[in-house]
Write a protein that binds this ligand. Sequence first.
Ligand code: PEP
Length: 250
Amino acid sequence: MTASPAGPRTLLALNWKMNKTPTEARAWGRELAGEYRRGKAEVAVMAPAISLYGLKEALPGGVDIGGQDVSAHESGAYTGEISAAMLRDAECTYVIVGHSERREYHGETDAAVAAKARQAQAHGLTPIVCVGEGLDVRERGEHVAYTLAQLRGSLEGVDERVVVAYEPVWAIGTGRTATAGDAEELAAAIRGALRERYGDLADGLRVLYGGSVKPDNVASICGQPNVNGALVGGASLGVGDVLGMLAALE
Ligand code: PEP
């Protein structure tokens, strides 16, 4: 079962993180192309920037690509950064902003995340804005308020061409998955916050869940009324797991 027929099409957003060389990425794309059949869920692969171009050429038609981060600046003296225009030229549709690993290891604030999301939109990319609480916040029972505050800060000046991913930090790469009920609780709260900001357009926006999603739990999570897909790290690396998740979503 996937998200309600009236809502947006389910999105399986794959986050490879810092994995796969360009050669490995192309091989992965070709392997997927050999097996892929367009189905109920849409697929997008967020690969390391250096692999995007070759990956897109190898992927089957209808599978999108995206970056894992983007500069808030237009161009110029920002060594090591990748601009939104570069991602767009490499045929990206999406870009992740504010992943918890960027927030934790690179000190990205909500304001910095919002600036990146605005820059992405200015170049026709759809930002996937990540929010979610750590274990300490969850244990204090403050996860809804914390996540919504983070969301509001991360959407400052961002228009409705956006995807939100709720990723509780304690569930990322830990094998510890939130229950479908936990995912729905936050997805519904996020939808409410999106409605405050974007009005009725909020009903057509995607809210994803991320955190140890795999073939055996993807359907129950994405079957929740306010969950429109998943952001997947570990289980995105093998073509078999991706096909397994797509089969589960049919
Ligand atoms: C992620 O990287 O966004 C993620 C959810 O990772 P994992 O699926 O491995 O928990």
